[in-house]
Design a protein. Structure first.
Length: 103
C-alpha cells in the first residue's frame, strides 16, 4: 500500500487505464458527497466488506479514500492481505479533497 497526496492521487487516477475509485466510508457519509465515479464499500461492515472486496478484479488498480485517510489506509492494508497488489490510499481523505464532489 502506498499513501498518495491529493495531487499524486489525482494524477495517478487520470493516468491509470483500469483505475477504480473506492470509497470505504459509511453509506450515510457517501450520500453526503463523494468523488465522482467512486464505488462505495463500507469498511465498518467487517466480513461483509471483505466479501465485497473479494468480488472485485484484483488485476485492477484501486484508489481508496475515506473521510480523513485512516479507514482507507486500513482498507488498503486489508486489500493487500487479500491479494490486491495495487491499492493506493488518499492521504487526508475527502476532507482535504479539492476536486469535484458528486451527490
Amino acid at each position: 500500500m502506498k499513501n498518495l497526496t491529493q495531487d499524486q492521487w489525482k494524477e495517478a487516477v487520470e493516468n491509470t487505464e483500469d483505475a477504480v475509485i473506492l470509497d470505504v466510508r459509511t453509506e450515510e457519509e457517501f450520500i453526503e458527497g463523494y468523488i465522482p465515479e467512486a464505488k462505495n464499500i463500507d469498511i465498518y461492515k467487517g466480513q461483509e466488506f471483505l466479501d465485497e472486496v473479494n468480488k472485485l478484479d484484483k488485476s485492477k488498480t484501486y484508489y481508496v479514500y475515506c473521510r480523513s485517510g485512516a479507514r482507507s489506509a486500513q482498507a488498503c492494508a486489508l486489500m493487500h492481505q487479500e491479494g490486491f497488489e495495487n491499492a493506493y490510499n488518499l492521504m487526508g481523505g475527502i476532507t482535504e479533497w479539492d476536486g469535484d464532489i458528486a451527490k
